[in-house]
Structure formats: structure tokens, C-alpha cells
Write a protein that binds this ligand. Structure first.
Ligand SMILES: [Mn+2]
Length: 357
């Protein structure tokens, strides 16, 4: 298990040195934030990002995310240009030591929440999801809420330019079924497969967040059945999953350990996001600390399972609470993620000890 932290590069308020001070951190999960979705990530831009992290002693071997252009998701003939660009981006990233690319295939919205600062009893704040709220607002109102809640921070996946023409985007998806969307994903993966084989890079799809349809848009990565269908349709190891406990765990009928074991058996999890949440009603949940007893996710069980499979891929604490008066991008303060990282490393190490007895 390689423990990492997500890093927002030039937009991050947390110095790399602080991340390095968290014991057991082996690298950061990086990205470029000034390249429009669909354009090639040029080497001139990749190099300074990778170098900056490397100089701080934190290699970037995972990228989160190289987002997929809507025309690929929509399956339009013009997707070929964007697929070619994606292949070039993969080649460029491979030259700088990148091993895994995290991405998602959710139409329009990367992830959705009703609040980015839901107060917990202990005075900390977290991200939350209330089904009735989301069901009762328009996408425009939703975008405004996200913008207001995030203050001056740019939330990943909520880039203003991309969401400017929201009505047009929704119109384009009117005739796209879940089956269509799935075929478009398979087409994309098959098209880039030779490049993945040539470079050794693995793709790790992030599950839908939340794992059900929002605003009537199709969703194809919600549960075990969806994951099975994808792994079987494109059986190469380069087609993997970002196992996100917070996303998949938002559905009470998802058995996280069962899904994880299904994927681990086939070596199909290049990247793990560990986030704990608590269910507060059907379709309602909020995030909590990574501590197992804080929420509904069996964090200890998952790490035991990873250890059982001698997992050597990348893990990162996903969203943390905002604690100790820290001001940072919602979900991505340093303090609670550092606690989470140490907690997970501690569980892992205790299992290592057990092995030698
Ligand atoms: Mn995640």
C-alpha cells in the first residue's frame, strides 16, 4: 500500500513540505488545472508540476483526474479528436513516471453535494448530501450553491467554463441512455488500450458520486453489477477501478468488501480512495472522519482485505472534515486527511507486525 495525498498544484494552499511531514506519505496525486478538458497535456506543463513535487520528495505517480470530454461521453463522431488528444496525454504523462490515471465517466457533473460545510456536533464541518434538496433544485441552482459554498476555492470538476452552457449540455444528453453511455465508455477504453499497453499506464475509473442518477442523467458505475459489466467488457488489467469507499458506500445495498474482493482477485484496483460516511436516511448521508467507528464504512475491514491481497497500489484519504479552525478547500484540508492517513497506515502496520509473529 502506497499512501498518498491529493495535491492541487499551484491552486493548493497546503505546502508540499507539510504533506511530506505526514509520516508514511510516499507521494502526491497531482493534476494540471489550467488545461481545458479535451486538450493535450503538453510536456512543458507536465514537467514543472512533476518536478515541483519531486523536489519536495513526493513523486507524482497518480494523476487525478484527466477528465473526459463530453463529446466522448456523448459518443459524437467528433470524439476521435479528443481520443487522439487523450492518447497523447497518456504518452506525455508516462514519460514523467506516471503509472495511474484516475478519471470518471459521469455526464456533466463530476460529483454532487447539497452542502460543502455541513456542521457536525463536534464543531467540524463536512460535505453532505440530501436527496430532497438535490431533487428540488435545478442544475443552475446547484451550480450556484456549489460556487457560494466553496468560497474562493475552485472545486475539482466544477469549472465555470465547462458548466457555462449547461442547458445545451442537458439537451445533448436527452437521448443518451445508460446503455449508450456504457458503450461510449467501452469504445473509449478500447481506443486507448494500445497506448496504455505501450506506456504501462493503468486507467482507474472513479465510481459515480453519488451512485445514483442526479437530474435524470444516466449513471453507469453505481454498484457491483456495473463494475462487473465494465471489467468483463474490457478485460485487460489496464482497465481498472478507483475503489472509492465514500462513493460506493453511499448506497446502503452496496457490500463494499465484497465488491473490493471481486476487483482485488483480478488485480483491477490501481487506486483506492478511503472516505467514511454516515447514512442519515434513504439517499441522505454526510461525510465523517476516517475513523472506522465514526461512520458506516468498514475502514478496518477494507485495509485488512487490502493487506490480505498484499495490495501494492496507491491509496489516499479522501475528503476529510474541516477541523481545528483550518481554512482550506472543502474536503481537502490537511489536518483531517493527515489523521486519516496515519490511521490507515497504523492499521496496515499492525497487520504487518502480525505477519511476523
Ligand atoms: Mn473518491
Amino acid at each position: 500500500m502506497k499512501m498518498t495525498l491529493r495535491w492541487f498544484y499551484t491552486a493548493d494552499t497546503i505546502p508540499l513540505q507539510y504533506m511530506k511531514q505526514v509520516p508514511g506519505i510516499s507521494g502526491v496525486v497531482g493534476a494540471l488545472y489550467d488545461v481545458p478538458v479535451g486538450d493535450v497535456w503538453e510536456k512543458e506543463k507536465i514537467e514543472p508540476m512533476i518536478k515541483k513535487a519531486k523536489c519536495a520528495g513526493l513523486p507524482v505517480e497518480v494523476i487525478e483526474s484527466v477528465n473526459i470530454h463530453e463529446e466522448i461521453k456523448l459518443g459524437l463522431p467528433t470524439r476521435e479528436v479528443y481520443i487522439d488528444n487523450y492518447k497523447q496525454t497518456i504518452k506525455n504523462l508516462a514519460e514523467y513516471g506516471v503509472k495511474v490515471i484516475c478519471y470518471n465517466f459521469m455526464p456533466i457533473f463530476d460529483w454532487t453535494r447539497s452542502s460543502l460545510a455541513f456542521p457536525l456536533e463536534d464543531g467540524s464541518t463536512v460535505l453532505s448530501y440530501e436527496r430532497d434538496f438535490i431533487d428540488g433544485v435545478t442544475p443552475d441552482e446547484m451550480i450556484k450553491r456549489m460556487k457560494d459554498d466553496s468560497g474562493s476555492y475552485q472545486m475539482p470538476g466544477w469549472e465555470a467554463e465547462r458548466l457555462a452552457d449547461i442547458e445545451q449540455l442537458f439537451k445533448q444528453y436527452e437521448t443518451v441512455t445508460e446503455t449508450d453511455l456504457f458503450h461510449h465508455l467501452v469504445y473509449f477504453l478500447e481506443s486507448i488500450m494500445p497506448t496504455l499497453k505501450e506506456t504501462g499506464i493503468k486507467m482507474a475509473i472513479h465510481p459515480d458520486d453519488p451512485p445514483w442518477s442526479v437530474f435524470g442523467l444516466p449513471r453507469i458505475l453505481k454498484n457491483k453489477q456495473d463494475i462487473e459489466r465494465l471489467l468483463e467488457a474490457v478485460p485487460e488489467k489496464e482497465n481498472g477501478v478507483t475503489f472509492c469507499t465514500g462513493s460506493l458506500g453511499a448506497r446502503q445495498d452496496n457490500d463494499l468488501l465484497d465488491i473490493a474482493e471481486y476487483c482485488l482477485k483480478q488485480d483491477r484496483i490501481p487506486f483506492v480512495h478511503i472516505r467514511n460516511i454516515i447514512h442519515t436516511g434513504e439517499g441522505n448521508f454526510h461525510e465523517v472522519s476516517h475513523y472506522d467507528k465514526s461512520g458506516s464504512v468498514d475502514v478496518v475491514g477494507l485495509i485488512k482485505l487490502l493487506h490480505q491481497y498484499q495490495y501494492d497500489g496507491y491509496v489516499r484519504p479522501d475528503h476529510g472534515r474541516m477541523i481545528w479552525g483550518e481554512e482550506a478547500r472543502p474536503g481537502y484540508g490537511l489536518y483531517d486527511r493527515a489523521l486519516g492517513a496515519m490511521y490507515m497506515t497504523g492499521i496496515w502496520d499492525s497487520l504487518e507486525e502480525g505477519k511476523t509473529c
